[in-house]
Write a protein that binds this ligand. Structure first.
Ligand SMILES: *Cc1c(COP(=O)(O)O)cnc(C)c1O
Length: 307
């Protein structure tokens, strides 16, 4: 069983916060486990328990070449002595990037499929063919969001977090946000920062809430204007912000999720979105493994120390 470390909640100090009368803290889920970082720890834990209880020895999942989910699944299955198969979107490159070479070293069996076929990843016939090829497996969908993942992400917030008036999280598939939604306390407002371009995410979230019959004590808001061009897209302003954040607070962010969220929170603070006296908790959902690959892909250097 994956065991969590205690997660520090660090209060940030800055003139702007003082001036606006706002408290801002960061919950360092990137430190939850030595190997399985961030929200992926919560999304995987009950899935791996289920796989073991069903006596399945193999986990199969999907992801892009720089995927935090692939990386975390490789780490978690390795730690739990399970086999793993990673179905990777796109052609195999001659040398594997940092994410995939690490996953491969941990024993994940990487299988590359072209982008067009990859779109069939939820089709029963496609999955049946994978079963023929790899034998029986426990399936975790791309991004890792399913019912048990949400059971896990409901545990991100703990009793001590009740003191906050606002909980902020980044959004990819929405599994983390859905779990937070189901677990926020009275008088807490949940803010989600979508890493993807488009309003479709609003419906994705309401669909998850409906599908898994989630209820909440409070409402939520999704910000869709901090995507910087779309998933895995960036602008110099975002890179500069990540460096500024690191130099100001000593905390590393990633450019795919947490950097966009933190940029959004800081921008909203500047724009007086939060009333005086607000206590904001931002969730650092991890993802720092991706910084190496981001630099490989773009040539742009990022802070890379994880503490
Ligand atoms: C996967 C991931 C997310 C998105 O989580 P969802 O549950 O898919 O919304 C956010 N932040 C980081 C760092 C991630 O790795």
């Amino acid at each position: 069983m994956l065991l969590p470390n205690p997660v520090p909640v660090q209060f940030l100090t800055h003139d702007l916060l003082e001036k606006k009368g706002i408290e801002l803290a960061i919950k360092r889920l990137n430190l939850i486990h030595p190997k399985v970082s961030g929200n992926k720890f919560f999304k995987l834990k009950y899935n791996l328990e289920k796989a073991k209880s069903e006596r399945k020895s193999k986990i199969l999942t999907f992801g892009g070449a720089f995927s935090n989910h692939i990386y975390a699944t490789a780490e978690a299955t390795n730690a739990e002595n399970l086999e793993s198969i990673g179905i990777i979107r796109g052609e195999r490159t001659e040398s594997l990037n940092a994410t995939l070479s690490h996953a491969s070293e941990l024993g994940m069996n990487l299988h590359f499929i072209d982008r067009k076929s990859y779109r069939n990843k939820t089709e029963p016939e496609f999955l049946a063919r994978l079963k023929e090829k790899f034998g029986d497996f426990y399936l975790i969908p791309e991004g890792g969001t399913n019912e048990l993942a949400i059971e896990g992400t409901k545990e991100i917030l703990i009793e001590e977090d009740k003191e906050f008036s606002h909980i902020c999280s980044s959004i990819g598939t929405g599994g983390t946000f859905a779990g937070l939604y189901a677990s926020i306390s009275e008088n807490q407002k949940l803010l989600g920062f979508s890493s993807l371009k488009g309003e479709f995410i609003q419906k994705e979230i309401t669909d998850l809430i409906e599908k898994y019959q989630l209820t909440s004590k409070e409402s939520y808001e999704i910000l869709t204007n901090y995507h910087f061009g779309g998933y895995a897209k960036y602008k110099q302003e975002l890179i500069d912000f990540i460096w500024w954040f690191y130099e100001s607070f000593g905390i590393v962010l990633d450019p795919i999720y947490t950097g966009k969220m933190a940029f959004g929170i800081w921008d909203l603070i500047k724009k007086n979105h939060f009333a005086k006296g607000s206590k904001i908790l931002m969730i650092h959902s991890g993802g720092l493994q991706g910084n190496t690959g981001f630099t490989e892909r773009t040539g742009i250097s990022l802070p890379s120390i994880s503490e």
